[in-house]
Design a protein around this ligand. Structure first.
Ligand code: SAM
Length: 283
């Protein structure tokens, strides 16, 4: 391995950067969709970077993956059929499969190389990929959702890259309308919604587009994520019918699987809205 150096992601929008001390570039390639790098860091395990943006590190991805999944799965009464759009590193898939009520999960990532590299450099995230309930497809999530049978899904999780490049079309009312149509009554959409500190306008636009598509209840849940710009991230949940005022607290309190961040109290904490978010969302 070479001498330590630093991988830095400069984030223009917030005038800040995030960096990791690295001791080697393990892999770099350009796929038809994006460029992917895997770095070995000195303290954060392996680091995946797509188009210059940090995707995940071995050390802190549990925060994101647990918050993208368990709040939604403990909000839905009984999510049997789940679709993940993006999520090629398979960390979200692994968390979804911890729920026994889930009968089938389809993960649709546009870029198969992300999954193949995750299998090699983040094997702990891929250890449930052989679960008979899991189906891995490599296709455009926009097209997949548009063609899905109406009323056939309980939960759609959009675990995508930022709204540029292939993921741009995953952040607008047309895409949300496809999700709305594919969901059963009471179904949920949850999407990674960037940093409340740096991307509040984007979150407001996403929420507006979700409402335009027909979703009647919305909730943006903030959570810490050190490896992303500002170190603070969010997911936004939207419901087709029903509300988002509560969740299955008893189920969450007596969950039969291990988590490292998610528990019933962290779920409640994430539902509390900081003052500036309340004002921004008119809540
Ligand atoms: N946690 C990460 C974050 O917020 O930065 C996202 C991780 S995951 C690796 C993002 C995935 O979205 C990538 O693997 C990328 O290939 C996928 N993706 C981007 N656009 C897509 C699209 N239109 N359809 C399906 N997958 C897409």
């Amino acid at each position: 391995m070479s001498q330590p150096s630093w991988f830095t992601e400069a984030h223009e929008a917030s005038g800040s950067s995030i960096g990791f001390r690295t001791e080697g570039l393990l892999h770099a390639e350009k796929t038809p969709f994006q460029s992917i790098e895997i770095h070995k860091t000195t303290d954060w395990g392996n680091l995946m970077v797509i188009d210059g943006c940090v995707m995940l590190t071995s050390r802190d991805n549990f925060l994101y993956h647990e918050m993208m999944t368990h709040p939604a799965l403990f909000t839905h009464a009984l999510a049997k059929r789940v679709v993940i759009i993006g999520g090629g590193d398979c960390g979200t898939l692994r968390e979804v499969l911890k729920h026994e009520e889930v009968e089938h999960v389809t993960q649709v990532d546009i870029d198969e190389r992300v999954t193949r590299l995750a299998e090699e450099y983040f094997p702990e995230l891929c250890d449930s990929n052989d679960d008979p309930r899991a189906e891995l497809l490599f296709d455009d999530g926009i097209k997949y959702m548009a063609e899905l049978e109406p009323g056939s899904v309980d939960l759609v999780i959009v675990d995508s890259t930022d709204p540029v490049g292939p993921a741009e079309g995953l952040f607008n009312a047309d895409f949300y309308a496809s999700c709305f149509k594919a969901l059963r009554h009471g179904g949920l959409l949850v999407q990674q919604s960037e940093s409340p500190l740096a991307h509040l306008d984007l979150i407001k636009a996403m929420r507006g587009a979700m409402r335009t598509a027909g979703f009647n209840a919305l909730k943006t849940l903030p959570f810490p994520q050190p490896c992303y710009p500002t170190g603070w991230w969010s997911c936004t949940m939207a419901r087709k019918g029903g509300d988002l005022s509560g969740f299955r607290e008893r189920g969450a309190a007596t969950k039969t699987f291990a988590t490292r961040y998610y528990n019933v109290d962290m779920h409640k904490a994430a539902l509390a809205q900081p003052e500036f978010m309340r004002q921004a969302f008119g809540e």
